[in-house]
Design a protein around this ligand. Sequence first.
Ligand code: ATP
Length: 510
Amino acid sequence: MMQTIVSLCKRRGFVFQSSEIYGGLKSAYDYGPLGVELKRNLMNAWWRDMVHRRENIVGLDASIIMHSKVWEASGHLAGFSDPLVDCKVCKERFRADKAPRREPGSPAPIVLPDKGVAKAMLEILPARFGVELERKGKTLHGATVGARGYVCPVCGSPFLSDERQFNLMFKTSIGPVSPVDTLAQAIERGELHNMEGRDLRRAIEDRLNDGAVYLRPETAQSMFVQFLNVLNAMSMKLPFGIAQMGRSFRNEITVEHFIFRSCEFEQMEMEFFCEPGSDEEWTTYWRDERMLWWKKFSNHPERFRYRPHEKSELAHYARACFDIEYEYPWGWGELEGIANRTDYDLRKHSAASGQKLEYFDPVHKKKITPYVIEPAAGATRGMLVYLLDAYEEEKLESGDTRVVMRFHPELAPIKVAVLPLVKKNGMPEKARTVVNAFFERGINARYDEQHAIGRRYRRHDEIGTPFCLTIDGETLENDTITIRDRDTMKQRRISIGEAVAEVEALLQSS
Ligand code: ATP
C-alpha cells in the first residue's frame, strides 16, 4: 500500500524525494504542485477551526532559530533525545522506546536472515552471552527477554547494548566567528594539550558551542516564551490559547514510512492556558475536539483511535496525555498528542529568564501561573493520513478499475476542472471564462484540455478533483454544461451561468 501511495505521489506531483537528481536526501521531501495545495488546505483548515473560529485563541508565527537559552530552559538541550540501542547480534541501531515490548523472562527467538548466518551465530553467541541455544532452520531458540522488556525490532535478539542518549536538535552557529576558528585557536594556544577522553570531548564541545543556535524541534516553546507579550497585546482572559503552525526539525535516527517521520516536517500546535483545577476538564475537551476534527475530513473514521499514555510513558511534568492514532498500513501510530503539561513550561521559563510569566486573576485578585493543555499535531503526517484515507481502487461495472482519491472537497488540491471537449469551435474560450469566474470567487479551478475526455476524467479522479465541468457542442447551442461528480461519476447538465454558484454550494455542503 505504501509503495502505491509513494508512486502515486511522485507520478501526480504530490511529494518528491528531496534532491532526487543527486541520489536523493534520505528523510527529506519536497511537496510538488498538488502536494503544496493539499498541505496548505489542511493547514488552513486547522487555522480556521482553531484560530479564526475561536474568540479565545490567537495566532503566532515565531522564528525558527531562537535564543539557545530557550532550549536550555525547556530541557531540550539536555533531554530532547531518544534513547538509542544497538543490537549485538544483527547490529541494528534502534530507538528503545519504539522497540517491540516483551514480558521479561519470556522466550526471545532470534530470527536470522538464513540458515548459514544462524549456524555461524550458533558458534559465537552461546559463549559470548553464556546461554544455551538451539537452531531450528534460521531461528535460534533458548534466549529470554531481559529486564528492560524489549528486543531488537529486526532479529528479536535480547542481546543489546546500553541505552545511549542522542540529541535530536540540528545545531548551527550564528554570528561572524566560526566555531571552528575558535577551536583552531584553542588548539594553537595549546589549551587542549594533554587532554584526552571525556575531558577532551567536552573542551572541544565548549569551543564549538560558541554562538551555537538550534533549529527548533517543535513549534511549542515560542508560545511560552511570548506568553506575556501576547497576553498584554491582546488583553487575553483565561482560558485562552496561542496557536502556531510551521516547520520543525529533528535529526531523527530512524526516518521511516515516507513522510510519516522525516527530519524536516510541519506541525500545528496550540498551547491552551487555563486555571489550575480546570485542566482535567480542558484536556478531555481538547482530546474530543481534535478527534472530531480529524474525522470530519475522513472517509474512514474507524481508522482513528485514542491511546491514553501509561503512567510510565508520561513525561515527568505531564499529568495526562492522549495520542490520537491512525491505523497506517504498518499498524497504529501517532498523529497528534494532547498533553496536560501543567505549569511546567511557564515556571521553567520564568526561573531561567527571571521574567514572571504569570496571569493576574481579576476574580481572586491574585497572580497565578496557568496550566497548559497542548494539542500537538503533525501537518505533514496529517497529509499522509489523508492520502492513505482517500485512496481507493474502485471496480467499475465495465470490469475496469479506476483509482480515485476521495479527498474531502476542502482538502482537494483542485476543486473543479473545466474541460473543453475539443480544442476548437470556441470551446477553449468558453472554458476559460468559466475558469476565471471561479478565480473571482477564490475557488481553485483548473483549465485542462490535454488528452481525450475519458483520460482527463481519470486523471482528475486520481488527484481527487471533486467536480469536472465539460464544455461541449450543446454548450455552444444553449449555454449548458455537464457537471461530473468524482465519487458517483454521475453527470448532469446545468446552466453555465449557475456553474459557480452550484459548485460553491456543493463544496460547502460536503
Ligand atoms: P513520535 O513518537 O512519533 O516520534 P513524538 O511523540 O515525538 O512523535 P511530538 O513531539 O508529540 O511527537 O510532536 C507532535 C506531532 O508532530 C506528532 O504527533 C507527529 O504528528 C508530528 N511529528 C513529530 N515528529 C515528526 C517527524 N519526525 N516527522 C513528521 N512528523 C512528526
